[in-house]
Design a protein around this ligand. Sequence first.
Ligand SMILES: Cc1cc2nc3c(=O)[nH]c(=O)nc-3n(C[C@H](O)[C@H](O)[C@H](O)COP(=O)(O)OP(=O)(O)OC[C@H]3O[C@@H](n4cnc5c(N)ncnc54)[C@H](O)[C@@H]3O)c2cc1C
Length: 413
Amino acid sequence: MGKRIVILGAGFGGLHTAIILGRKAGQTNEVILIDRNSHHTFTPLLYEVATTPKEVANYIELHEITTYEISNILKGLPVRFIQSDISKVDIMNGDIHLASGEKIKYDYLVVAIGSEPNFFNIPNIRENSFQFKTFKDALRIRDAVWDLVSQGQSPKIVVGGGGSTGVELAAELQHWLYYIKREKKDCEGQVTLIDGGPTILNGFSKTVIDKVTRRLTKLGVCILNGSPIGNVSNNKVVLKNGQEIKFDLFIWSGGVKANSLMQSNPLKFEEKGRSGVTPNMTCLPFDPKLKLYGKVYGIGDIVCAYSENGLPVPMVARAAISQGTVAAKNILEELKGKNPTHIYKPINYPYIIPVGGKYAVAKIGPIVFSGFLGWLVKGLIELGYLFSLIPTGKALKVWVRGLKIFIQNDRLG
Ligand SMILES: Cc1cc2nc3c(=O)[nH]c(=O)nc-3n(C[C@H](O)[C@H](O)[C@H](O)COP(=O)(O)OP(=O)(O)OC[C@H]3O[C@@H](n4cnc5c(N)ncnc54)[C@H](O)[C@@H]3O)c2cc1C
């Protein structure tokens, strides 16, 4: 066997890196992919999971539509998948510590372990909030909303953080409550979206912000801007300006930071605890003279690359995949004894923000469009992503099943 390449994390970045390296180098080298989950999660659909009631889709159906078994994706590829929690990454000695106590050495390492919620040290926020990061988080939110409605309550839901995930969740929750009210007349549920900045979607184009704000207002979402959250108790959020907002359910989607697992390593950390990287996507040690064990690449949410305008590349799936491709190509060159020449070139990633029902606002290059067309394009992009992972027939089946469920969900609430 040649070299051992270990990839940590089977999210958007890690999984694509493993597929490329498995195809191109797996026969003559050992490619290992490690993740705590047996599945890969398609996060852009989690807002649907959080708002699809049990009568429309059960746990298994939702799981099949939004998560894909890693062993199925890797079927036939010479990649060894290990399902395990990684408890420590030691890039000075070249050891990956698994929760079982097992240690794995590497020649090449690709760190792709993503991000975790950022609570910004707001007092009591962690213990009093629902998070919105994983499939299970989304199910917990759905069950909590449904429990409140079933008990005859009118849920007061507060979503903290008006970035794209907060926006899509707030919109879809309000949309769901609207349909619930049609059946349960006295259910007056209300979603409030709080963002400390002057507007929601801080950093997005003004046209997008205006369109999304109009749509949220039309749906009935109450938007509170301008004052950050000061603290949270078990039934209310207190803003720094003193305003109190009572809730039955508080969901925190106010930001993420790099997975803290890498913090014990001597790396150069940038904003949000993300590791600095070279244009080749290798991690930068805090002291350039420091000799790391083997070659350490980092991709996706865990690292901080900069775009031409000097701003950090946003933590999005497309960036993780592009960076993974660069890392994989460089490792392939190194395996051939060459110097790595591939460089990550950030672009203005297009984005689509679903804002309740069959409506989304999209920005592709300079063009902004919205409404049903945005929702349709979003669906087609999801299909394209599925095609890149699983055989065409299966991808189509999963996509159509998802489409049916989510369309039915929009109608039934
Ligand atoms: C609700 C939601 C909606 C989103 N919507 C969009 C969207 O529409 N478009 C978009 O571009 N981006 C979206 N994002 C952001 C996108 O999901 C991330 O930018 C992307 O997942 C980053 O990819 P990654 O490979 O760096 O990490 P991830 O995809 O997060 O993968 C990290 C992997 O590492 C594993 N892992 C982490 N720690 C450990 C450990 N200790 N042991 C073992 N395994 C571990 C995790 O299980 C996970 O599989 C969304 C995110 C969320 C939460």
